[in-house]
Design a protein around this ligand. Structure first.
Ligand code: SF4
Length: 364
C-alpha cells in the first residue's frame, strides 16, 4: 500500500461520505461502500458490484482497504485462544488475539508497534517502542477477527460439538489490551473506537469495549472530560509509589497519588467503576499486607480488581503467584474491604497470547 493512498479504515462514515463528495460522487455510493467494508467485510474493490465502475476506478487509484496480512495464526491447545501475527503496510508486525470464553468472543487488539512504557514483566515493553498504529490499523484488526469468525464458526474453532448449522458468530467484545499503551496514542485510538462503534458497521457497543492503561494520567482525565463511554482498566500492580515504580517505569512520570486522583475524577465524572489490574507475582506483590494496601488505596472508589497471575516472558524471571495466594488476596479484598475481584483465567499461555506476552521480535 503506497503512503499516498487513503486507508478507508481510517475514516468514519461521515468522513467517507465527505471524501466521495469531494470526488464529486453521490453520497449514496458512500453508504454502499461502507456496507461493503463493514457488513460484507470486503477485501477488494473488485467485489463491490453495486458501485459504478468509475467509483471503483477512483478508489483503486487513490484509496486502499487496509487489510492486514496474516503472517502466522496459532491456536492454543485448549482451542480457546487464537493469536494472529499480522503484517502492516510498512512491513512492521503486530499481534492480535481472539479469545473465546463461554458464550462470548473477544478481540484483543494492539494500539502500537511495541510500547514505550517498559513494564518490566511485559514482553511488549521489553521489545521497546517502534511507532503508533493508525486508526485504520486498529480497525483492521477488529475486521480481521470479524472475518475469521464469519469464515469459521466458533464451534469449529474451539472444538465444541461440531455443527455445520452453527451460524457464524459476530464480534461483540473488544479490549484494547494488546501491544502498546492506548492512551499514548489517544487520537488514533479514539478515532478507531468511533469507527468500530458505528451502529451501521461493526456496531461494537461502548459497554463492550475496554481500554487498558498503565496509568497515563492526562489520557484518563481526557477520557473523563470527553465522556467516552467505554470501560477503563488501570494497571496498578502495586499500592505504593516505590513498589509500583519498580514494576512500571511510567509511574515515575505519573506518580501513584496523581493516578489515583485522576481515577477518582474519572469515576465521579463517568459514574462508573474502574477495573484495576494487578499482575500477581510470587513473593513480590501477593502478600497479605499488599492485599490490605490495595484495599486501603481503593477504599471508597467504585472498583473491581482483576488479579492476573504473572504470565511468563523471557525478559523477566518472576513467577506467577500460587493459586492459594491469589485466593487469599481475593478474600481479603472481599471480606475486609468489600471490593469485588476476579482471578483471570490463564488462557493462551502456551502460544504466548496471555496478558503481557505479546511481542513480535522472535517471530520475524
Ligand atoms: S503492560 Fe501495557 S503499557 Fe506496560 S509495557 Fe506492556 S503493553 Fe506497554
Amino acid at each position: 500500500m503506497s503512503a499516498r493512498l487513503i486507508n478507508l479504515y481510517d475514516l468514519t462514515r461521515e468522513q467517507l461520505r465527505a471524501q466521495l463528495v469531494r470526488w464529486e460522487f453521490s453520497p449514496v455510493h458512500a453508504g454502499r461502500l461502507w456496507n461493503y467494508l463493514y457488513l460484507e467485510l470486503a477485501e477488494s474493490f473488485d467485489v463491490m458490484p453495486e458501485l459504478p465502475a468509475k467509483v471503483r476506478d477512483r478508489l483503486k487509484a487513490e484509496a486502499s482497504i487496509g487489510v492486514l496480512t496474516t503472517a502466522l495464526a496459532t491456536d492454543s491447545a485448549d482451542g480457546f485462544t487464537r493469536k494472529y501475527l499480522l503484517g502492516l503496510a510498512d512491513a512492521e508486525r503486530i499481534e492480535t488475539v481472539l479469545m473465546r470464553y463461554t458464550g462470548r468472543v473477544t478481540a484483543c487488539v494492539s494500539s502500537q508497534v511495541g510500547c514505550a512504557m517498559g513494564c518490566v514483566f511485559c514482553a511488549t515493553g521489553q521489545m521497546g517502542y517502534t511507532r503508533h498504529l493508525t486508526p485504520g490499523e486498529i480497525v483492521a484488526q477488529a475486521v480481521h477477527v470479524a472475518r475469521a469468525l464469519r469464515a469459521r464458526p466458533t464451534c469449529h474453532l474451539i472444538g465444541d460439538i461440531p455443527s455445520k448449522k452453527a451460524p457464524p458468530e459476530r464480534l461483540r467484545n473488544l479490549v484494547l489490551m494488546g501491544m502498546g499503551e492506548p492512551l499514548h496514542n489517544y487520537e488514533a485510538v479514539m478515532q478507531a473506537v468511533d469507527i468500530m462503534r458505528d451502529g451501521a458497521g461493526l456496531a461494537l457497543g461502548a459497554e463492550r469495549i475496554t481500554l487498558s492503561t498503565v496509568g497515563v494520567v492526562p489520557g484518563i482525565l481526557r477520557l473523563a472530560a470527553e465522556k467516552r463511554p467505554i470501560f477503563l482498566a488501570v494497571s496498578l500492580h502495586a499500592a505504593t509509589q516505590a513498589e509500583r515504580a519498580a514494576l512500571v517505569p511510567a509511574a515515575k512520570k505519573w506518580p501513584l497519588d496523581e493516578l489515583m486522583a485522576a481515577c477518582r475524577t474519572y469515576s465521579e465524572t463517568m459514574r462508573r467503576r474502574i477495573f484495576y489490574e494487578w499482575t500477581l507475582i510470587e513473593g513480590k506483590n501477593d502478600s497479605v499486607d499488599q492485599a490490605r494496601s490495595v484495599g486501603q488505596l481503593l477504599r471508597g472508589l467504585p472498583a473491581q480488581v482483576n488479579l492476573i497471575p504473572l504470565n511468563p516472558t523471557t525478559g523477566y524471571d518472576g513467577e506467577p503467584a500460587r493459586s492459594e495466594a491469589a485466593k487469599r488476596f481475593q478474600k481479603i479484598l472481599a471480606e475486609e474491604f468489600k471490593i469485588p475481584s476476579t482471578v483471570r483465567q490463564r488462557r493462551g499461555i502456551d502460544i504466548a497470547a496471555g496478558c503481557g506476552q505479546l511481542a513480535v521480535a522472535e517471530s520475524r
